[in-house]
Ligand binder design. Structure first.
Ligand SMILES: NC(=O)c1ccc[n+]([C@@H]2O[C@H](COP(=O)([O-])OP(=O)(O)OC[C@H]3O[C@@H](n4cnc5c(N)ncnc54)[C@H](OP(=O)(O)O)[C@@H]3O)[C@@H](O)[C@H]2O)c1
Length: 376
């Protein structure tokens, strides 16, 4: 006989206590093996404490690496959520609404939307209490914005923005080349680059079906050229780059690499002298090889970028970058990336949430997974 599950009911908040659920892990491992949905209560906010309710939290590749224990930024393992064993809450990015503040909280009030200042806060949860408002960046004007847009602004668009601005001396008419062009970062780079007058060569993985649709999709948001990883590694590729760049008179000053391996090497060869190849991800798990002639004869610069470190070192610029992108979104100049929404209500089962996280590990996806909180 099929077992009948007792209906889950949300405990009523009494005396200002808030009931919360969080997707947590007590040890590192594959998400399906280690993630557990944990229920706990949050005491009323007092002093400098404030309680927030999450609205939307994406599932980024780095979040998975963090659960696996292979990401340099480690989450805090704590017993403060009422467990005997220390646990950490997954997720690093998201938007939350302030629902109550202690009397000592300055600069934030009920109803404000906030994003995390730094990674490691734990955003895959319905509610959280923070000891200080300093953990958050207040969204100054949430008018015209959705939780999806605000909840995904601080990692991918900021990464694309800074990589386009901070490495090569890019001017209108200059080119950049990037792989993972259909990723969140890649789509942001295409759009920001277009707004600033840069031209882009966009590399995506060859696929059995849907290539023409993907090309059209990326061209629709501003890509000049879309090619497959196989085309980039073919003998004819340099001749094609020459054609696109007016016989090399227009310079390919910047490469953005989140894949690595031989593809990154082929992209580096397409750069003009003094160009920069900025590595910010390693989706293929293959090392980046630096051919000596590119270093000796073209003085190609190989750089790396990590938005977490940049945000910690540049809090003011981070705020400005976030606000600039949010303004572009509001003005309709920056389109949302495709997202696969996972609704998280109070009764949503652990399995649904864990499956959504595990699914992120698979390639050729239709969009970025994002937890969108409903009745919590
Ligand atoms: N350094 C930083 O500060 C920083 C900040 C943000 C993101 N990142 C990194 O940037 C990358 C993209 O992140 P995102 O959030 O924008 O990604 P996303 O939207 O989740 O998209 C994932 C991308 O990775 C590609 N991909 C998946 N498996 C792959 C494989 N085995 N080989 C090559 N490509 C593969 C996908 O291409 P298909 O469609 O072909 O599967 C897709 O383009 C990740 O490596 C992430 O860790 C770094």
């Amino acid at each position: 006989m099929a077992s009948v599950k007792a209906p889950q009911t949300r405990a009523i908040s009494a005396y200002g206590y808030e009931q919360a659920k969080a997707l947590t892990f007590a040890k590192y491992g594959e998400p399906a093996d280690v993630l557990r949905l944990h229920t706990h209560s949050i005491s009323p906010a007092h002093s400098t404490n404030l309680t927030v309710r999450f609205l939307a939290s994406p599932i980024n590749p780095a979040d998975i690496n963090q659960v696996q224990g292979i990401y340099p930024s480690k989450p805090a393992f704590t017993t403060s959520l009422g467990t005997t064993e220390p646990i950490a809450v997954g997720g690093n990015e998201g938007v939350a609404e302030v629902i109550s503040t202690g009397s000592g909280v300055k600069g934030l009030q009920k109803g404000d939307w906030v994003i995390m200042k730094s990674p490691g806060f734990g955003t895959w949860r319905t509610h959280a209490q923070s000891a200080s408002a300093d953990n958050f960046l207040r969204i100054e004007n949430k008018e015209g914005l959705t939780p999806h847009q605000v909840g995904t602004v601080s990692v991918n668009p900021c990464t694309a923005y800074r990589m386009l601005k901070d490495f090569a001396d890019m001017n209108a008419g200059d080119w950049f080349i990037q792989n993972g062009a259909n990723s969140g970062v890649g789509r942001a780079a295409i759009q920001l680059g277009k707004l600033w007058g840069y031209k882009s060569i966009n590399v995506v993985r060859a696929r059995d079906s849907g290539m023409e649709e993907l090309k059209a999709d990326l061209k629709g948001v501003g890509a000049d050229v879309v090619v497959t990883d196989e085309e980039v590694q073919s003998k004819e590729f340099m001749a094609r780059v020459n054609e696109w760049t007016n016989g090399g008179r227009e310079h390919v000053k910047l490469g953005l690499n989140c894949v690595g391996g031989k593809l990154a090497t082929s992209m580096a060869k397409a750069l003009s002298s003094e160009g920069h190849l900025v590595t910010y991800g390693a989706m293929s798990k293959q090392p980046v090889q630096l051919p000596a002639p590119l270093l000796i004869f073209k003085n190609i610069h190989f750089d790396g970028f990590w938005v977490s470190k940049w945000s910690d070192s540049n809090p003011v610029q981070k705020k400005e970058t976030v606000n600039h992108v949010l303004n572009l979104i509001r003005e309709g100049k920056f389109k949302d990336v495709p997202m696969q929404e996972v609704k998280w209500d109070w009764n949503t089962e652990q399995e649904t949430l864990v499956d959504a996280v595990s699914g992120t590990l698979q390639g050729f996806r239709k969009g970025k997974g994002i937890f969108v909180f409903g009745e919590t």
